[in-house]
Design a protein around this ligand. Structure first.
Ligand code: ZN
Length: 276
């Protein structure tokens, strides 16, 4: 099908059927499912080559993401940091939380997935290796996972190689909390759409943050610490299924929902590498 744009110097054909007749134009563009092609019909050959740029009449388009995420309430971020701080101080381990959006109530829920947090045991102490958890597949009606938050313990907040690899096909917000020994800690916010990562100014996503909140034992019970004495042992650790708890914070009292609310999960996600 010839694209109906009469003022283009070179025609553009849209390849919509496998048996499309080969056009007779001396030079033309072909837009197919796998991209734009430059095509020629010359006396000694016909050719079709992936185009490195579009027709001269076109202008460039850059990739962008304009965030319209509702701001994460300050108490939720303070609860998240409190949870990460507790796991970091007690065990020197990374930890992870999930952000669920409730379309009915138009609010976020902070979920604590069952997770295995691995640390490398050294003479001088422990070194965080990563966190394994499973994404819930059956959430409450109207809820969907729109992002995750994980800690880098005392390391910097940034998207590590491991984070980039693991999150590449996980659309949504990806928040890292680092320098947890500081108050406030460091935050890094990215959003991923269609495999592309965009850094987002945290003020666009956070309502605010003042100081970390206390976390409950029930939330900490979602964390299993695995100490490994070699990286090889770490790579052979397997994920273990589990549910999640919601951090239901009100004011300064932070509790987790009853564990009967936990859902069984099947889809696994892991950060296996060393973040730093
Ligand atoms: Zn990370």
């Amino acid at each position: 099908m010839k694209f109906p744009e009469p003022d283009l110097a070179d025609p553009i054909y849209l390849k919509r059927h496998g048996d499309m007749p080969w056009p007779k134009d001396k030079f033309f563009y072909l837009l197919a499912a796998n991209g734009l092609f430059i095509c020629r019909n010359q006396p000694f050959f016909s050719s079709c080559v992936p185009a490195r740029k579009g027709p001269a009449e076109f202008v460039n388009q850059h990739a962008f993401l304009t965030s319209r995420y509702p701001k994460i309430p300050q108490p939720l971020m303070e609860q998240a940091v409190g949870f990460f701080a507790e796991v970091g101080e007690k065990h020197g381990a990374e930890a992870a939380l999930l952000l669920a959006w409730d379309t009915y109530q138009e609010r976020y829920h902070l979920l604590v997935p069952k997770q295995r947090c691995s640390v490398y045991r050294l003479y001088q102490g422990t070194y965080p290796l990563g966190v394994h958890y499973e994404l819930p597949t059956r959430l409450s009606d109207g809820w969907s996972i729109v992002g995750d938050i994980h800690s880098h313990v005392n390391g910097a907040a940034y998207a590590s190689y491991t984070d980039k690899r693991d999150e590449r096909y996980q659309p949504g917000l990806h928040i890292v909390v680092g320098r947890i020994h500081q108050e406030p800690p460091e935050f890094h916010v990215d959003a991923i759409v269609d495999g592309m990562r965009f850094m987002i100014d945290q003020t666009l996503v956070f309502q605010g943050y003042l100081h970390r909140a206390r976390t409950s034992q029930k939330c900490l019970d979602q964390v299993e610490i695995v100490q490994v004495s070699s990286f090889q042992g770490y790579w052979h650790n397997s994920n273990r299924g589990g549910g999640y708890l919601e951090i239901a914070g009100k004011g300064d009292v932070y509790t987790c929902d009853d564990s009967s609310d936990c859902e069984r999960n099947s889809q696994s996600q892991s950060r296996r590498g060393v973040d730093e």
